[in-house]
Design a protein around this ligand. Structure first.
Ligand code: TLP
Length: 343
């Protein structure tokens, strides 16, 4: 058995999910006739306090549809430099929405932008030949900020100031349930003032496939058109929504376990010679540590871990490990023992 810490996307559906999938009532969702999808959409909208929700195959599609709907071709969108939309969505904002990306590097290691940082990058009320800002994108938790969290107050402040300037805010909340659990807050509070929010069922929540996009009713109606246009109109997809419903209702209750495991991993890694990580900063399920002073490269360490049955991801001088429902505390202890012997 491999210990797979590459991502929380690797989880397998639980027995409860598989049973619900087998028994799901289905219909053609392109006609809006899949009762299980409809239920999932209603339930998600209710949880987030938004008017409507749409079930999508991926988080990337949710982010890209939101960008498309909030902007006009030739606009600029603002995002933190380490953000997923900028780095890992295949240039889709330019391909799908025809927008440019203006990245802003947050001064803090958590990769969380302040309003002052965003404001300094805005292009509004400038001469007509400056590329106008059309949208601000936030990410909570921030994946490559080490699973860092943004509070409801910070998000609210950015949204209010953006709205004063008629700028919409989209929240990439792929892991917003982790952010909610870590702060003992609700997903509704964390996304309250955002014009749209995308979250993934298929990450920490453990569903095999699926994401939700939420916003106002007319926004979601337009999003449905774009989902079809992009090839994401699925048919008897209640089979997946059934797993999504369980992910939504049950999984948030156990996310604290992943956070405890991540902290254990971070504290253990921090004690290794040459490894650099501030374990106190690990608030959710993502652990990123720098190995540049160990005498081995991140690639070498990841390769050696793999030989021992442990999977992780290397990028630059760092290694990323993500805890999830298929990784136990014992697996974390085994990982630390192996890291100790390799490093
Ligand atoms: N993240 C994946 C990789 O693409 C890096 C991972 O393993 O963490 N927003 C955020 C913040 C994400 O972390 C991801 C996936 C997405 C969007 C995209 O979701 P999918 O993979 O469903 O398109």
């Amino acid at each position: 058995m491999m210990i797979d810490l590459r991502s929380d996307t690797v989880t397998k559906p639980s027995a409860q999910m598989r049973k619900a999938m087998a028994e799901a009532e289905v219909g053609d969702d392109v006609y809006g006739e899949d009762p299980t999808v409809n239920l999932l959409q209603e339930r998600a909208a209710e949880m987030f306090g938004k008017e409507a929700a749409l079930f999508l195959p991926t988080g990337s599609m949710g982010n890209q549809i939101a960008i498309k709907l909030h902007t006009r071709v030739g606009d600029e969108i603002i995002i933190e430099e380490r953000g997923h939309i900028f780095n890992y969505e295949m240039g889709a904002p330019s391909a799908v929405a025809g927008v440019m990306i203006r990245v802003v590097r947050a001064a803090n290691e958590n990769a969380m932008l302040t309003w002052a940082e965003i404001e300094s990058a805005l292009h509004i009320n400038l001469p007509y030949y400056a590329c106008p800002t059309g949208l601000i994108c936030l990410e909570n938790t921030h994946n490559f900020g080490g699973g860092s969290v943004m509070s409801a107050e910070q998000t609210g402040e950015i949204c209010h100031k953006a709205h004063d300037l008629n700028l919409p805010v989209h929240l990439d909340g792929a892991r917003i349930f982790n952010a909610a659990v870590a702060q003992n807050d609700t997903v509704e509070n964390l996304s309250r003032d955002c014009d749209s929010v995308q979250f993934c069922l298929s990450k920490g929540l453990g569903a095999p496939i699926g994401s939700m996009l939420l916003g106002k009713k007319d926004f979601i109606e337009e999003a449905r058109v774009w989902r079809k246009r992009l090839g994401g109109g699925m048919r008897q997809v209640g089979i997946l929504a059934a797993a999504g419903l369980i992910a939504l209702e049950e999984s948030p209750k156990r996310l604290h376990v992943d956070h405890e495991n991540a902290r254990l991993l971070a504290e253990g890694a921090a004690n290794l010679k040459g490894v650099s990580i501030d374990a106190e900063r690990v608030q959710t399920n993502i652990v990123i540590f720098d190995v540049s002073q160990t005498g081995k490269t991140s690639l070498q360490i990841v390769a050696e871990l793999k030989e021992r049955g442990i999977l992780a991801i290397s990028f630059g001088n760092s290694i990323r490990m993500v805890t999830h429902c298929d990784v136990s505390r014992e697996a974390i202890e085994t990982t630390l023992e192996n890291l100790r012997s390799i490093i």
